[in-house]
Design a protein around this ligand. Structure first.
Ligand SMILES: [Zn+2]
Length: 126
């Protein structure tokens, strides 16, 4: 593991944030990763070919790194409702999303309900 989770890495809990606000935040973070993609693609990755991305949980000041290959990232981005988060349920918003894939390096979450509509509306690729 290149980094360890410690309690200080946990984003502050925001119990009053509504699902729509969370979806907005996550869409902002998705754009940040979209901007990173060109950079990550330009780097010659050796073995293993894994690039650093940002956790896309609904906490704007969360900047936990998550590691995905370009292919893995593209697979997540292909679905406007999917976001990538740190593999830790403290980064999960159970009221607005559900986990669709779990790996050691990252989890993929799918927006549900109102949050899904916001996420689709704000998809930079649609
Ligand atoms: Zn996070």
């Amino acid at each position: 593991m290149p980094f360890e989770l410690s309690s200080s890495d946990v984003p502050p809990d925001v119990p009053d944030a509504d699902p729509e606000k969370t979806a907005l935040n996550e869409s902002l973070l998705r754009e940040r990763n979209e901007n990173l993609e060109a950079h990550n693609a330009s780097v010659n990755w050796v073995d293993p070919p894994v690039a650093d991305w940002y956790c896309e949980c609904g906490t704007l000041d969360c900047s936990m790194p998550v590691q995905l290959t370009m292919d893995e990232y593209e697979r997540v981005r292909a679905n406007p409702r999917w976001f990538v988060i740190t593999p830790d349920e403290r980064h999960l918003r159970a009221d607005a999303e559900r986990v669709v894939a779990q790996t050691e390096r990252y989890w993929v979450v799918e927006k549900v309900g109102e949050a899904a509509e916001v996420a689709e509306e704000l998809d930079p690729r649609s």
